[in-house]
Design a protein around this ligand. Structure first.
Ligand SMILES: Nc1ncnc2c1ncn2[C@@H]1O[C@H](COP(=O)(O)OP(=O)(O)OP(=O)(O)O)[C@@H](O)[C@H]1O
Ligand SMILES: [Mg+2]
Length: 406
């Protein structure tokens, strides 16, 4: 096959005789893209093979390997000619030669015992259990590809590295010529923000990222029917930063949070349209970044019930304290919020000393969550609005997460 856009990572993964190929790397180095290209090439080369791509869960795959696969497929004519069909429900590419590329997640090791395959790709392997991996690996005939950001050591480091037949490739954004200068600059800027994060996400070196701020959250499948909406939080972004919106509910003293929007290049009119499409009612209170009064006023004129967050001298730490008092349930679909929470930590200086302020990098959904905390969850100051709040279904009737291959 004639592959027009291959990076050095493609060559390393394609031309290897090793059985296990570990792709450790910083963010956006092109790991997932290159491995998907390799898998598509391998799929075309022999008949009746099974190629399994595994992730922690389906939302993770949709934001990772499946998204890259869709991009590769849509811009590669030769590949399209080889593919017979794509089944969206089962997430399976079927090739004319009888080979399939399937995207799956497994709940436990027992579940992972089903099926055999020729090639395995474990995408963002630090989200997948060792027990699941071993069952899958046992049932893989040819090669295993693994990729991840090394925020801390895990089973790959403990059980695979250095073993015979295992190759380690470390990459970072400098290996990806298809990345915009803006994105590269943003990754490098971590150097001034947090040295440990820079080592991991800009250089792909195994970190010891400690000091995560929120440990009081877990994943839930959905918002309970009787949960009461508290408010939506909104953080404005544009060129480099995403505009983020979360919808916060309360039930039984716990918070339930759903990511609604995470996108760059949105004007205020675009934001209004997106909120409507997401099924957000104009009765719902929106708490937004008070640093943008003009945008807030524009949205108010478009009919939204929006106000600025009550920021004060110590409001960042104060809002973190408020949120820490709750058990927070994050919907599985909220993939960007889950990622941000997994990276939101106290800053450290070059000497590794922890500072009393959070990193200011991946917080476009955490900041809106903080805004809701400041205005609506600050119990001492809060007026009870419960009786006036509309029911959850009313507010989210039309909500559907936009996704390429959904
Ligand atoms: N060969 C390529 N041709 C065109 N674009 C590419 C190529 N490789 C990478 N890219 C672009 O770079 C982006 C980042 O690549 P990719 O998602 O593979 O990074 P990653 O190393 O898996 O990052 P992360 O660790 O954050 O998951 C892709 O979304 C795609 O836009
Ligand atoms: Mg990736």
């Amino acid at each position: 096959m004639n592959l027009q856009q291959a990076t050095v990572l493609f060559n390393c993964n394609y031309r290897t005789d090793n059985h296990v190929i570990i792709n450790q790397g910083g963010t956006n180095s092109g790991k997932t893209f290159a491995i998907m290209q390799v898998l598509f090439c391998l799929a075309c080369e022999a008949e009746k093979q099974v190629i399994t791509v595994v992730g922690q869960d389906i939302p993770n795959l949709k934001a990772g390997a499946l998204r890259d696969a869709a991009n590769i497929y849509s811009s590669w004519n030769e590949l399209q000619a080889m593919v017979k069909s794509y089944n969206k429900t089962d997430r399976i590419f079927e090739f004319h030669n009888g080979t399939v590329v399937e995207f799956k997640s497994y709940d436990n090791a027992q579940d992972a015992k089903s099926g055999k395959r020729d090639y395995l790709f474990v995408n963002e392997a630090n989200g997948v259990d060792w027990n699941i991996y071993t069952e899958l690996a046992l049932r893989t005939k040819k090669k295993i590809f693994i990729d991840y950001n090394p925020n801390s050591a895990f089973w790959v480091h403990d059980n695979l590295m250095g073993k015979p037949g295992v190759q380690l490739i470390i990459s970072d954004h400098r290996h990806n010529p298809f990345l915009s200068a803006n994105t590269k600059a943003k990754i490098e800027a971590l150097k001034d923000e947090d040295h440990e994060q820079w080592r991991v996400y800009a250089r792909g070196l195994t970190g010891r990222i400690t000091g995560l701020i929120f440990n009081n959250w877990n994943i839930c499948e959905q918002i309970p029917e009787n949960a009461k909406p508290v408010a939506a939080g909104l953080d404005f972004g544009f060129t480099n930063d995403e505009t983020g919106v979360v919808l916060v509910y309360k039930q039984n003293g716990e918070l339930w949070v759903d990511e609604i929007l995470y996108e760059t290049a949105l004007t205020n009119t675009d934001i209004a349209t997106k909120l409507t499409t997401a099924g957000i009612s104009k009765n719902l209170e929106i708490v937004a970044d008070s640093a943008e009064p003009k945008s807030i006023e524009e949205l108010r004129r478009l009919g939204w019930r929006i106000s600025g967050a009550k920021k004060g001298p110590d409001s960042v730490n104060h809002s973190i304290d408020i949120l820490k008092r709750f058990k927070i349930n994050i919907t599985r679909q909220s993939i960007n919020l889950r990622n941000e929470l997994g990276r939101y930590k106290w800053r450290t200086d070059r000497a590794g000393k922890t500072l009393n302020e959070p990193t200011d990098t991946w917080n476009h959904l955490i900041d809106p969550l903080r805004y809701v905390a400041l205005n609506k969850l600050n119990e001492n100051k809060r007026k009870t609005l419960k009786s006036r709040l509309p029911h959850k279904e009313e507010l989210t009737k039309n909500f559907a997460t936009a996704n390429l291959l959904q």
